[in-house]
Ligand binder design. Structure first.
Ligand code: AMP
Ligand code: MG
Length: 422
């Protein structure tokens, strides 16, 4: 449970954590804080499943035919030459089973989705047989059970079809539908308060005075939180004033499961967020050996979990994807996400300090040999947001790597692995 975040053991952790240690600590401590609710399938898309879905039936529910054609018993076929089978009157169609039983040496007209007629075990497409008046001629070499879909071949009765903690994609909701489920038990959306901090920030569209800049983080974070299915309250931009920051944080914490801020989370003169959390709740301030990244500030404010992201937009996004996203997912009842990386040859060279993990913005390009390569986006500053916009994902460079040469395999994590899609 998230309450465990306030355990003292957190506060006394070594000054500098590796990314893996930080993630492991969070993972071990965080669990769902949201209640369950039952929603109709149409409302279940994108929600996190709270129950284990066990199938009450076989899917498909009966052996059925996969083609428009003719059904027969494989035992009636001659092994090495064409077989002539008498066509029985009647047919089987989807939703209209054949009421009789197939006679020996006979075939029946069948349509896709029809229950396999009793006495038949095999079917052939109409294009593959010869129709000869009241008989069909089946060529040799047909396999027993061809074009038969077996009862339960998709899901068996009693089988677990969906696991709790799954973020439901359309195909997952579709599986629930095939089981006959009209509703699913899901977690209610995590309620997140979103705030920016900084005297220099203005809303996009407003005029700028000298020294001011537009708030980009709130827009990005809004999209990222929405991608996680959160219910978001926009608290706007907070000025760099201790009292205003405290008031807003207190209100945000009272009404939400989590409070997400960007900016003001260092130890500078105007970094009021961390001081406010220290006064109002419990703060953990981890130095994580990651670039780009500043200290990760998180803690607890009343019943809410607090996450303080850096102000620089690129650092804010990368910190969100790497640390805030799994944390928020777990608070909302989801399985801890493990983004997969794919080995891709580098299209760049780099030197790096040991003992820290680096995330490079990268795009995928076709190399001279036509194979995919990871190209580093050169404009690297952590305020340069267009570099993220041009990227297809991040290259994760491990702690013990000190140099990369062109052609070396690097770990590329597509943005989609962080749940970021168009
Ligand atoms: P801070 O972490 O508050 O010291 O901010 C670090 C840098 O990030 C400063 O250059 C800020 O102007 C910039 N910054 C902070 N918040 C935002 C934001 N919401 N949108 C764009 N830039 C920001
Ligand atoms: Mg600031």
């Amino acid at each position: 449970m998230a309450r465990a975040l306030i355990d003292d053991c957190f506060a006394h952790h070594p000054k500098r954590l590796t990314a893996a240690e930080a993630l492991e600590l969070l993972r071990a401590r965080i669990g769902p804080v949201v209640e369950r609710e039952t929603v109709a399938l149409a409302e279940a898309h994108g929600r996190i499943l709270a129950e284990q879905v066990v199938s009450a039936r076989d899917v498909p529910g009966f052996d059925n035919v996969a083609v428009d054609g003719f059904a027969f018993s494989h035992g009636d076929l001659a092994p090495a030459r064409p077989t002539r089978l008498a066509l029985m009157p009647g047919r089987a169609a989807a939703g209209h089973p054949f009421s009789g039983r197939l006679a020996r040496g006979a075939a029946l007209r069948v349509l896709t989705g029809a229950p396999m007629p009793e006495g038949a075990d095999t079917a052939l497409m109409q294009e593959d047989v010869e129709l000869d008046g009241t008989a069909v001629v089946i060529p040799p070499g047909v396999k027993r059970g061809a074009n038969r879909r077996r009862a339960g071949e998709d899901v068996r009765a009693g089988q677990i079809a969906l696991h709790p903690g799954t973020r439901l994609r359309p195909q997952d909701v579709g599986v629930a539908a095939t089981l006959g489920r009209a509703a699913l038990e899901v977690f209610r959306p995590l309620a997140v308060a979103l705030l920016s901090t900084g005297d220099e920030l203005r809303e996009p569209g407003a005029p700028l005075a000298p020294g001011e800049t537009y708030d980009a983080n709130r827009t990005i974070l809004f999209g990222l939180l929405r991608g996680l299915g959160c219910r978001i309250t926009d608290f706007g931009i907070l000025p760099d004033r201790a009292h205003a920051v405290e008031q807003a944080l207190r209100k945000a914490a009272a009404e939400h499961d989590a409070v997400l801020t960007s900016g003001g989370a260092s130890r500078g003169d105007e970094d009021h967020v961390v001081r406010a959390i220290e006064r109002l709740g419990q703060l953990h301030f981890w130095q994580i050996a990651v670039k780009p990244g500043r200290p990760l500030a998180f803690g607890r404010l009343g019943r809410a979990v607090f996450i303080g992201l850096p102000g620089n937009p690129v650092a804010a996004v990368i910190c969100f994807l790497r640390f805030a996203r799994p944390l928020l997912t777990a608070l909302g009842g989801g399985r801890w996400p493990e983004p997969r990386s794919f080995l891709v040859p580098a299209d760049f060279a780099m030197r790096k300090k040991p003992d820290r993990r680096e995330y490079l913005r990268a795009r995928l390009i076709a190399g001279p040999d036509g194979r995919i390569r990871a190209q580093r986006i050169e404009r690297e500053g952590s305020g340069i947001l267009t570099s993220l916009s041009e990227a297809d994902g991040l290259v994760e460079v491990a702690e013990d790597t000190t140099h990369i040469e062109p052609g070396d395999p690097v770990e590329f994590v597509p943005f989609s692995e962080f749940g970021v899609t168009g």
